[in-house]
Design a protein around this ligand. Structure first.
Ligand code: G6P
Length: 643
């Protein structure tokens, strides 16, 4: 068979004359039917007629995928798994947990992390079928394509290489023919140099005071990951020592209440502001940045910006236009997705200001350790692959659309909010990677709270209402230990007693017979029955340090990628957030028109009845604000008073 070379494609050759139909979308790539046929022909024909590299690469990938069946639910393994559901429906976890061979096979320990999958509604046969599904879905090739810097984010024509942001200095990771690891380390070295200077008092504020308070302004991926890691490290003994006398706060919401809270009690003379935005165009972040810039200038004069404001962005041009010296800007690259950016300057700059670069380097090393594990381990021992496959089983075959993330560790209290974005923005899609509408749902609804708080809140529903697969995360050595003389167990042991108990309570439940033998009156028995058979997994980390937090983060990121690879969706774009933004700017224009022209209500046209009615209620309902021309409506009273 003759082959032709496809520049930039991951599969370097393809049979001449392989036919396809494709819609060519400028700058975006290719979608195949049924979106619409604009071009039909062969790969050879395409190469000679239109030939942009990214289009050829996309077509090659598309053809490759089509060869194997364009939708995952058409694969034989998917069908086998569908049939296998009936076998599993006949089982109960309380029986499955008695099968010792099964349990031994379902407990995996690697990189110091113990994962117990015995309380998943699976048998060894289920796992075999899931591995088969992974094979048939080209999971390994897709993982390799990610690590190789292929443009797997096809709708934005970008590589997906957050793993490069935590590469060791001597690793090589090639994107578009260029090793990016030296670029990554150039920024990391710059972060180290800058944060050392701020922390040791070499870099001072405009009035000569050390900058001990940091306000990090950013939203979405430029906020949730750094907040998660900051919350995880606050009480870790080494991190605590390293951050003594220092403060890190976040300002995310465009709600002025968040501004007031973030700045409350801060002295601008001692405050460094880090504006974090991949695009440097996000409306909320830029308004907050302008607001805080006014706060600094009003108190310290215009020269304050140079000493008190720095930025993290891929868009250095806009950073400069905002008035921040590009020397004080820390870059990253379009191949780092916002929600995957905590290991770039997005997280490492503010967190190094707070904890020092050395601690953040441990965090990067932990993430890198899990990246290597993910890249190299066979499916059977690969923690992110196993967790991802089990989620596919729960969502697509058992029909459990949500999962609860339940760390029995207060330090991990911001894991669930972070994973909400990483998972739901990545995998909440309606079409496959080729643009074909999916006949099944992808993604999961994520929520969670630390144990034991959640037990006193939503566990009722989990135990007796809906079935929600739970992910329990426990820690062997607590960051903080307390043992009170005379108490039965230490405080951390008390916490962990609940961690162990909940998983079994969900799995075993409580039968009417057991209740009767406990002398529960008949009328209460239906209310007190626990059906059990509710799946969970338990993950145990040796400690909650910068290193293990890095591992945990990477494990969750990659399990989400595994799910997206199997569903064959693009987990790395987020078109679904655009429409609301566009409509908000239409509202913004009208709001401005009404407020600046002293009108109390909206004109009749422009919005539907409901929106007009609600907006008029809002506009009439507070004292008329007339935006004064040429003046900042700032600062608000509380901040002016410097409380
Ligand atoms: O970092 P930025 O460019 O300001 O983007 C912040 C956030 O904006 C949008 O909401 C995207 O959906 C998020 O993925 C992103 O993290």
């Amino acid at each position: 068979m003759q082959t032709i070379k496809l520049p930039g494609a991951s599969h370097k050759s393809f049979p001449v004359g392989a036919s396809f139909s494709a819609k060519v979308i400028p700058r975006v790539g290719v979608r195949h039917q049924p979106v619409g046929t604009v071009f039909s022909g062969s790969v050879a024909g395409l190469e000679s007629s239109i030939a942009p590299r990214n289009v050829i690469a996309s077509v090659a990938k598309m053809l490759h995928a089509q060869k194997k069946g364009s939708l995952v639910d058409e694969l034989p393994a998917w069908k086998d798994l569908k049939e296998h559901v009936a076998d599993i429906e006949k089982t109960h976890l309380r029986d499955l947990l008695h099968d010792e061979a099964r349990c031994m096979a379902l407990i995996k320990e690697s990189e110091g992390i113990l994962c117990d999958f015995t309380r998943q509604r699976v048998t060894q046969r289920t796992l075999e079928l899931l591995y088969e599904l992974a094979e048939q879905s080209n999971l390994r090739e897709k993982i390799n394509a990610m690590f190789n810097g292929d443009h797997i984010n096809s709708t934005e024509d970008r590589a997906v290489l957050h793993v490069a942001t935590r590469a060791h200095r001597n690793q090589k990771i090639i994107v578009d023919g260029r090793d990016v690891v030296p670029d990554v380390w150039e920024v990391l070295d710059k972060i180290k140099a800058f944060t050392d200077k701020v922390r040791n008092g070499e870099w001072l504020g405009v009035t000569g005071k050390p900058l001990k308070k940091v306000v990090a302004i950013g939203i979405g991926g430029s906020f949730l990951g750094p907040l998660f890691v900051h919350t995880a490290l606050r009480t870790e003994p080494n991190a605590m020592r390293a951050s003594r006398d220092r403060t890190l706060r976040f300002l995310a919401n465009v709600d002025p209440i968040d501004v007031a809270r973030a700045l409350d009690g801060l002295d601008p003379e001692e405050t460094l502001v880090v504006v974090i935005s991949k695009t440097f165009t996000t409306a909320e972040t830029m308004l907050n940045a302008r607001t805080v810039r006014s706060w600094l200038i009003e108190r310290l004069g215009p020269d304050a910006v140079a000493k008190h404001m720095v930025a993290v962005s891929t868009n250095i041009k806009l950073v400069k236009e905002f008035g921040i010296d590009p020397d004080n800007a820390f870059g990253f690259w379009d191949w780092v997705g916002g929600r995957y950016s905590v290991c770039s300057a997005v997280g490492i700059l503010p967190l190094s200001l707070q904890y020092g670069f050395d601690i953040m380097q441990e965090f990067l090393a932990g993430a890198n350790n899990m990246d290597e594990h993910f890249k190299n381990q066979p499916y059977q021992d690969n923690l992110p692959v196993l967790i991802g496959l089990l989620s596919i089983w729960n969502v697509s075959f058992l029909g459990y659309g949500a999962k609860a993330i339940l760390p029995y560790c207060q330090a991990l209290s911001k894991l669930a909010p972070h994973i909400q974005q990483v998972d739901m923005e990545s995998n909440g899609k309606g079409v496959d990677i080729n643009g074909v509408r999916l006949p099944f749902q992808t993604g999961e609804i994520d929520f969670g709270e630390p144990g034991t708080n959640g037990q006193h809140s939503f566990y009722q529903l989990i135990h007796q209402g809906r079935v929600i697969p739970c992910e329990f995360i426990g820690i062997v050595r607590s960051q903080q230990s307390v043992y009170l003389k005379g108490e039965v167990v230490s405080n951390h042991d008390e916490l962990m007693c609940n961690f162990f108990a909940q998983a079994d309570a969900l799995a075993y439940g409580k039968t009417p017979e057991q209740l009767r033998s406990d002398n529960v009156p008949d009328y209460l028995i239906p209310h007190r029955v626990f059906t059990g058979n509710r799946p969970s997994m338990s993950i145990m980390l040796p400690s909650c340090t910068a290193y293990t937090v890095g591992q945990l983060l990477s494990m969750y990121e990659h399990r989400i990628a595994v799910q997206g690879f199997i569903w064959n969706i693009n987990s790395f774009d987020q078109w679904g957030v655009e429409l609301g933004k566009v409509l908000a700017s239409k509202v913004r224009n009208v709001m401005n028109a009404v407020r600046t022209r002293d009108r109390k209500v909206l004109p009749q046209d422009g919005f539907n009845y409901s929106t007009t009615r609600m907006m008029n209620k809002y506009l009439e309902g507070k004292t008329q604000i007339l935006y004064p021309e040429g003046h900042d409506v700032f600062p608000i009273d509380m901040l002016r008073a410097g409380h």
